[in-house]
Design a protein around this ligand. Sequence first.
Ligand SMILES: NC(=O)c1ccc[n+]([C@@H]2O[C@H](COP(=O)([O-])OP(=O)(O)OC[C@H]3O[C@@H](n4cnc5c(N)ncnc54)[C@H](OP(=O)(O)O)[C@@H]3O)[C@@H](O)[C@H]2O)c1
Length: 271
Amino acid sequence: MTNKLRSRYGEWALITGASEGIGLACAEALAALQFNLVLVARRGERLEEIAAPLRQQHGIDVQVKPLDLSMLANNQLLCREVESLDIGLVVTSAGFGTSGEFVENTWTAEMNMIELNCISSAFLAHHFGQRFKQQQRGGLVLLSSIVSLQGIAYIGNYAATKAYIQSLGEALYAELKPYHVDVLTCAPGPVATGFAKRAGIEMSFAATSKVTAAGIVSALARRQRTVRPGWLAKCLSYPLEILPRSWRFPLIDTAMKLLLRHPKTPHGKSK
Ligand SMILES: NC(=O)c1ccc[n+]([C@@H]2O[C@H](COP(=O)([O-])OP(=O)(O)OC[C@H]3O[C@@H](n4cnc5c(N)ncnc54)[C@H](OP(=O)(O)O)[C@@H]3O)[C@@H](O)[C@H]2O)c1
């Protein structure tokens, strides 16, 4: 696997959201495959704490870029700063969710989520997609979610940002394939990370970020279009896909009641 992915994509991988959760697990998995890494998130000190042991254990180069990617200008700055590196693989894992009634949340928070989850990922996919097309090799991993399959009450805007990413990723897979560029959309179910706390929800039956990262790496090796890492993501999503869209709503509502608690909703539970 080491030689396969590194020789397919090149020496450097860039990971956003690398200070925690799925992004961090991807950084660890790619370091084990001998990729040099560019790690991006807002907390610079945390990134340095992660970078030091990765350099030491794997003998790789690691650069850290403390940036708030919800601001487009910082995405542009990031692309300029890594121009001289042979980046061949990009994982856009920076993201967060809001929960509760959409109209009760501040517009600032909802817009910030669109800026990070959608605009940053789309901008980086556009920029690196162009670079990869030119060099006729590369890999792009976009973080979607199983909630991207249909509208879901009380995480409506979050699910909508993930529907955007899922749709974009599926299309780019086909557009970039002729140029030997792989585009993988990863749609996890619940994963135990910092995500739930920031979203103000509580999760049951969550997978680990390690299982999620391992799923991403093996799906890249197989050149898959979408991966749903772990048994729960598969069980929750595949049966739904064969049903007409209108039949899915009561089922997904029931599944969400079992899996998520939204303390901010009137009854303290998803409905
Ligand atoms: N966990 C789940 O259940 C789950 C399920 C499906 C999909 N996902 C998706 O997977 C991705 C990763 O989520 P996770 O579970 O790993 O969450 P997490 O543990 O909260 O990690 C989020 C990462 O994004 C970074 N980040 C947040 N805001 C940022 C900003 N404005 N600019 C730059 N970096 C920022 C955070 O670092 P800093 O705080 O240092 O900036 C952190 O490294 C997200 O897109 C999420 O939607 C998660």
